[in-house]
Structures are given as structure tokens and as C-alpha cells.
Design a protein around this ligand. Structure first.
Ligand SMILES: [Cu+2]
Length: 806
């Protein structure tokens, strides 16, 4: 038995960590993000990177409003970062070495969303056209110099850009660490079609896909034509077969992106639209040995408005804020192991309807849904088919009403009828509407930020531009002591030898055998969050056996990841969850750390379990039991500590003072600066076709009817097209880089803040890589300290893993 003081030495106890003193089910102040958090990703164990659209934020950088920042997890303070191009509604993804990339965005804009002063650049906001941008960031830590080149965004479309303009595209990683980019819009819109619907609208919808790094020319994707209109930010999940589930509008298919062939799956029951702007909460359920790592996708909420109600680029045909969002949930297993035909299966309804709800997968295997609204949709507009003037819009530009401040937990393993619960969960007083976001933090809390259903910064409307971040503490924060695993490697391979992780007896209560059986070792990737999505989010429980020691310590023998299709290469948090209580996550790299075919091996056979009946955890049972929340049990083999009335349980079980949402009735009707007249395509001016529920369209609309950048406005410039030829050079031969520092040396025509480069600059760019050389030569581990292409071997750390730098 360990002496009491070892508890503090070996376990994360609340007394030694203010974060862990948090109250289960509550929200805490997360500080000011400086830019509105439209997009976020976890860079490493210290930093969350935040991106906004180019807009008039009061925080400035390099003499212009900032639209990027980095938020420190420990201090909860943000620091502005410079980004050259307009990141408005980008997609994003990790790379195998832990770098992050964002793709596309909007054209250059100025105040009020007006076109940039030069078309490709704006003199006031100093943002460049971001429609084709590929921006690369190497996450840095507090010990790094954030002003140094290696810590800043690489954002130079004359060196690196997509072949096509993609606004609201989808990014999904593949087994080799490359990324497929799906669809998007060329110019703005509530949805991706005109009225009358002349889909495909070649000048407006980018119904194609391409890869990063390039694997050839961008190619039309028939599914995007079929789902025209409601096909941006499509839901995409790599499957174990290497094919991909893609869902948009009410259609679903399995896509072979190599052959560009589609296999249709059934339509979404009830015609519930889950993609933007319906924006349902969609996630892959945990992949576990018990389900043979076979993906099941959960779709919840969104909106089932009748088809004509969706309107067009400019606005919806109806007053969406009066139309209730969906509560419906359906599951889909795209590749059933028994060979049966894939079919949607009705799941428990959510506790309330939600548009823009988003799923955060937690390390205890439950899914948290946060944010969103009970009525309406994502997007914003200055009018609708039923409301003609902005002054009559009851919620300003917001097309949704009724923020849902209370999260809910979904337990995928609970019996039907009992999967949802919000017991013990507080209600946030902050409306998280369009352009809000959320992501899992390493301590297993959830960062929630953003919200701005407005064309520019607006702090006086009903749903204003939101800079306040919150931290939500799931029920396991009721535990006073968290497991502290030792021996967590820095890298996780695909198959091969197992590795050992040990937890001390002091970190759990009750019989050791039961704790060992009720422990999971999970890889959990939070992904890139924007628009109620977490692109790339994935939970994988690694296979393990265990050895219980006489002293109550437990050694877990853990297999590597199954295959790169099951869990794509790249950064991930690793959690050890004991009796439903997760450790603090450790950042690891899964796979080789390099782009390309991942080394895989058959998994080594794990040693058999070793049990010791007399062994017990030495923690006080009151210290480890999580509090309330959750409908089902916290898993099999819940230890019986004999102290059911723990302090933690009491804290978690109390429904705290609920912060009521006020001000909903206060209609933020304000006069908007009249936007400059803009060209609107004839098709849009032709007006809406009579829509069910919308009544007859009541005539032509003025040229400022859309809050979005109108089509044809500054989106036809190819000034940034310099690198297209290089990107087309063939698999991995283009100017692919996963390291911003390295690319910087290639950037001879770096975007200048003092003005836009002349069109065509960068056309002559020649990739310095030796002809025929493989990208595999690029070593991510040494690159940040040595931009040479020839790196010394990576350092080896005490765990035998590579010294990956975070
Ligand atoms: Cu958006």
C-alpha cells in the first residue's frame, strides 16, 4: 500500500491542478479569442489555433484587423497571428507529421463584406483572395518564438494553391496521409444553386474533387451534381475498405475516389438534410475491438425543410427562424460485416432539435453535442423570400433562433431509448449560433468558442460576433483523481509489437481486476472544427490485454493501430480511461510521420491477462467516481467502491443554477450600412420559383439582396493561379510541403502586406526538389530546426519513440 502522499505524486489530483478542480457539467470562462472562432484545431498539448473570416475585428496584427489567433490552454489567453488570405469558411486537416493545413476560403473582402478594393486584395483589411489557398502551419509551443517564421502561417498562393476555388469544401484524410478535397462554392451563397435551379452552375458550384498533394487534375464528382444546392461541406468518412462514405442533401453514397465510381446508398430517412446550412451533428461512433473497428456514422439534427424552402445563393425562401430544427437521429453502418445491404437505422431522437449542433467524441466513448439552435439553419442573409428588408429581419442576419445552451451526452452503448441525457449539465448563457465551434482539449474538457451569424463584426445585434470562449467540463470532471499512465510512447505504429502502459494503484479504487477490465486505451483525434463539423474527428480504442500486479499497479499491453484506413496517419491524443475516468491526453503521432504508404505489420500476439484477486486500487473511492450526466452506465465492470455518496457524485448530480438565456426577445434590428451595388447573375435576379411554404415569389430583388459575396464579384481572377501547373505535375511531385518553414524558402513571391502582387507573379515558380525524388525524403522530425532537405536522424526519446517536436 502506498503512503498517502504518493497520491499527489503519482496522480493528477484536483488540489494540484486548478483545471481538474473544475465542476462536472459546468462551463467556465475560456477568455477572449480575439478573433471569432469560426475554425479551430488543437496544435499540440499547449495551443489551440483559431481562424476567423477576414473581418473588422478590433484586434489587429501587422496594421490590419486580425483573423487568426493562437489560444494557450494553460493561460486561456489568445495572441493574434497574421494570415494573408481570407480564411472565410475554409476546410482543414492535419498532416502526418502534425502540421495542419487549411484549404480555400472566400475572395478578398473589405468592410461589410464588400469586394476587396483591388479585387484580389483589400486595402483596409489587407486580406488576399483565399479561394484557392493552401495554408500550412507547424504548431509551436510556449518555448518557441511565435514571431519566428517557423511558427507562423505559410500562406502564399503563388507558391502553393489548389487547382480550383473552394469555399465550404470538405477535407478528409486518406490512408497515405494525403487529403481529398471535395466540392465547395466558387462564389458565395446560402446554398449552392441559383433560382431557378440551373444546377450545375459552372460559375458558382465547384462540383469537383482534388487531392493535396495533387494526384492529378481536379475531376468532376457526379454526386455533387446530383446533390446540387445542398452539397457543400459534405460529410465524408474514410471507410475500412479504403472507400469513402459521402453524404450531402438527402443522398448518400460510397465513393471509390481512385476510380471515381459511386455506389448509391439509401436516401436519408425523413429527408432530413444534415449538411450546411441544415448543419446536423454528424460523427463516426467509436471504433473498438468489440465492433471490429467497423465504422458507424451517427447523424443527428439538421433541418427537414421542404425542398423549395432552401432558396438559392442569396437567401432561403422562407423565414427559417420559424422552422424547427430536426431532433431526428439515424445511424448508418456503410460496410456491414455480415454482408447485408447498408441501411439507415432510426436512433433515439435528441432531447431537442438542433441545427448547428456538433459532436465532440469524449475519451469515455460518449458523444457530447454542443452549440446550435432549435429553429432555422446556418448561414446569414439580409432578407429571405418572405422578409424583404433587413430592418424586418427579427434576428438581424441570423437565419436561426433559439440557441440551445445545454449540451447533451449520447451513449452509443446504452440500450435504445436511453442513449441521450443532459442530467447534471449546465446551460451556457452564450448563444453559439452560426460560425461557432468546439474541440476536445488534452485534459478532456471541451473548448467552445465563436458564433457570428453576421457579414462582418456586429456586437449590437441579437446574435453578435462572439469572442468569449468557454470550457465545458464533462461529468468525469467529478473525479478528484485522474489516471496517470506512464510509458505512453510518442509514436504509434500500424500493427507490430505491442507497447506497455502502466497505471499506479493510487489512481483508481476498488478491485484491480475489475479496473483492468474496465480500462480503455484510446486514440482520439479532435479534428478541424468549423460549421458544426469536426473534419477528421475519430476515436479508436486500441486492443489490449493487461497484467495486474500484487501492488495494484496495472500494466496494459497495447497493440498498435489496426490500419491506416481505420485511423489515418497523423497527430492524435492518447487517453487511458479507467472506470470511465480519462487520463489527460498525450499527443502522439500515428504512423510514420511522413506522407506516403504507411508501414504496417501484423499485430504481435498480446500476452494473456494476468489477474490478482487480492489486488486493489488505493485511491479513496470517493475520489475517483465521476459525477452525474449520461444516461447509461459508464461501462462494463463499474467498480463497486462501496462509497456511492462521493463528493464527486454529489457535485455532478446537482443541477447547478441554470443560467437562463435572456435577450432573445430583444430584436437586434439595426440599420446596416448599405452595401455597394453588386452584380448579381441574371439567374438570381429572375427570382425564386414558387416554393412550398414560401408562397409566390414577390418580384425582383434589389442588387444588395445577398449578404454573401455575390457571384461574379472578384471571383474570376486567376491572379493566384501561379502554382497550378506544378500541382498538376503528378503524385507527390508537386510543391507539397508539410512544413511551413521549408516552404518559405520556396516562396520567392511572398504575399506582401503592402499590396497585392501583380497577376501572374509566381508563374515561373520551379520546385527545387530533385527530379524524381520522393516526398518520403522529407523528414518532419528534423525539419523545423533544419530546413535542409537532408536531415540528421531523429532523436530517440526514453520511450524509444522518435523525438517528435511539439
Ligand atoms: Cu460559413
Amino acid at each position: 500500500m502506498l503512503p498517502p502522499f504518493s497520491l499527489l505524486a503519482l496522480c493528477l489530483a484536483s488540489a494540484s491542478s486548478p483545471v481538474l478542480a473544475a465542476t462536472a457539467g459546468s462551463f467556465a470562462d475560456g477568455g477572449n479569442t480575439l478573433v471569432s472562432a469560426m475554425m479551430m484545431f488543437l496544435g499540440n498539448e499547449e495551443k489551440v489555433y483559431i481562424l476567423d473570416k477576414a473581418e473588422g475585428n478590433p484586434a489587429t496584427v501587422s496594421g490590419h484587423p486580425a483573423w487568426g489567433s493562437v489560444w494557450d490552454i494553460k493561460t486561456r489567453q489568445a495572441t493574434v497571428m497574421d494570415v494573408k488570405t481570407n480564411t472565410f469558411c475554409s476546410s482543414g486537416m492535419h498532416l502526418p507529421n502534425g502540421s495542419y493545413v487549411t484549404f480555400g476560403g472566400n475572395s478578398a473582402v473589405g468592410r461589410g463584406g464588400a469586394a476587396g478594393s483591388t479585387g484580389v486584395w483589400d486595402a483596409e483589411y489587407q486580406d488576399f483572395d483565399g479561394a484557392k489557398s493552401i495554408r500550412v502551419l507547424n504548431p509551436c509551443t510556449s518555448s518557441d518564438n511565435f514571431a519566428s517564421a517557423q511558427c507562423t502561417w505559410f500562406d502564399d498562393p503563388s507558391v502553393l494553391s489548389m487547382q480550383k476555388k473552394r469555399w465550404y469544401s470538405t477535407a478528409e484524410p486518406l490512408a497515405d496521409g494525403s487529403i481529398v478535397l471535395i466540392g465547395g462554392m466558387v462564389g458565395g451563397g446560402y446554398i449552392n444553386r441559383n433560382t431557378p435551379d440551373t444546377t450545375p452552375v459552372p460559375e458558382a458550384a465547384e462540383n469537383s474533387y482534388e487531392f493535396y498533394p495533387s494526384k492529378g487534375p481536379a475531376t468532376p464528382l457526379p454526386f455533387l451534381y446530383k446533390t446540387g444546392g445542398l452539397n457543400v461541406y459534405a460529410h465524408a468518412f474514410l471507410l475500412n475498405s479504403g472507400k469513402m462514405l459521402v453524404q450531402a442533401n438527402v443522398s448518400t453514397m460510397i465513393w471509390d475516389y481512385n476510380a471515381n465510381t459511386e455506389v448509391d446508398l439509401p436516401d436519408m430517412p425523413g429527408n432530413v438534410v444534415r449538411v450546411y446550412p441544415a448543419s446536423g451533428a454528424v460523427a463516426m461512433l467509436p471504433l473498438t475491438p468489440a465492433n471490429n473497428y467497423n465504422p458507424t456514422i451517427l447523424f443527428c439534427g439538421g433541418n427537414d425543410m421542404p425542398e423549395p424552402s432552401w432558396g438559392n445563393y442569396s437567401f432561403p425562401a422562407i423565414n427559417t427562424w420559424n422552422y424547427p430544427a430536426s431532433r431526428d437521429c439515424h445511424r448508418l453502418t456503410p460496410e456491414p460485416l455480415d454482408g447485408s445491404a447498408p441501411a439507415y437505422e432510426a436512433d433515439d431522437d435528441m432531447l431537442e432539435g438542433r441545427s448547428m449542433g456538433q459532436f465532440i467524441i469524449l475519451p469515455d466513448g460518449k458523444l457530447l453535442v454542443v452549440n446550435g439552435a432549435v429553429n432555422g439553419t446556418a448561414g446569414y442573409a439580409v432578407s429571405t423570400g418572405e422578409t424583404f428588408s433587413y430592418g424586418d429581419m427579427p434576428f438581424g442576419m441570423s437565419l436561426a433562433s433559439g440557441p440551445v445552451g445545454t449540451p447533451a451526452l449520447y451513449d452509443p452503448n446504452a440500450p435504445k431509448g436511453r442513449r441521450w441525457s443532459n442530467a447534471g449539465l449546465d446551460k451556457s448563457p452564450i448563444a453559439r449560433m452560426y460560425h461557432s465551434s468546439a474541440i476536445l482539449l488534452p485534459d478532456a474538457s471541451v473548448l467552445i468558442a465563436g458564433s457570428n451569424p453576421n457579414v462582418d463584426v456586429n456586437t449590437s445585434t441579437t446574435f453578435p460576433t462572439e469572442y468569449r470562449a468557454e470550457i465545458f467540463y464533462p461529468p468525469y470532471f467529478g473525479a478528484k483523481i485522474r489516471p496517470t499512465p506512464s510509458g505512453v510512447p510518442k509514436t504509434i505504429a500500424y500493427g507490430g509489437p505491442s507497447f506497455d502502459i502502466t497505471i499506479p494503484a493510487s489512481c483508481y479504487a476498488g478491485p484491480s481486476n475489475a479496473a483492468a477490465a474496465n480500462t480503455t486505451v484510446v486514440l482520439l483525434r479532435g479534428g478541424f472544427t468549423t460549421h458544426a463539423m469536426n473534419m477528421g474527428q475519430r476515436y479508436l480504442q486500441l486492443n489490449n490485454t493487461y497484467t495486474v500486479n500484487q501492488d495494484g499497479s496495472i500494466v496494459f499491453h497495447v497493440s498498435g493501430a489496426p490500419t491506416p484506413n481505420v485511423f489515418q496517419p497523423g497527430p492524435s491524443l492518447l487517453f487511458v480511461t479507467v472506470n470511465g475516468i480519462p487520463s489527460v491526453g498525450t499527443m502522439v503521432v500515428v504512423g510514420s510521420g511522413s506522407m506516403g504508404t504507411q508501414p504496417t505489420a501484423a499485430p504481435a500476439q498480446l500476452p494473456p491477462n494476468v489477474l490478482v484477486d487480492s489486488a486493489k486500487g488505493t485511491a479513496d473511492g470517493a475520489s475517483v467516481k465521476p459525477g452525474g450526466g449520461g444516461g447509461g452506465g459508464s461501462g462494463p465492470g463499474q467498480t463497486g467502491s462501496g462509497r456511492s455518496l462521493s463528493t464527486a457524485a454529489i457535485i455532478g448530480g446537482i443541477v447547478g443554477a441554470v443560467a437562463l438565456l435572456g435577450a432573445l426577445a430583444a430584436l437586434g434590428v439595426c440599420l446596416m450600412r448599405r452595401r455597394r451595388a453588386a452584380r448579381v447573375p441574371a439567374a438570381a435576379q429572375a427570382g425564386m420559383m414558387g416554393g412550398a411554404g414560401a408562397g409566390e415569389y414577390r418580384g425582383l430583388r434589389g442588387s444588395d439582396a445577398s449578404a454573401f459575396a455575390p457571384l461574379h464579384r472578384a471571383t474570376d481572377s486567376d491572379a493566384w493561379n501561379g502554382s497550378t501547373a506544378n500541382l498538376m505535375a503528378g503524385p507527390y511531385q508537386g510543391p507539397y510541403r508539410d512544413d511551413a518553414m521549408e516552404m518559405r524558402s520556396q516562396s520567392s513571391a511572398s504575399a506582401s502586406a503592402s499590396g497585392p502582387p501583380p497577376p501572374g507573379q509566381g508563374q515561373g515558380y520551379a520546385y527545387a526538389h530533385a527530379p524524381g525524388a520522393s516526398f518520403d525524403e522529407y523528414d518532419p522530425y528534423g525539419a523545423t530546426s533544419n530546413p535542409s532537405l537532408h536531415h540528421p536522424p531523429p532523436p530517440t526519446n526514453a520511450d524509444g519513440g522518435q523525438g517528435y517536436r511539439y
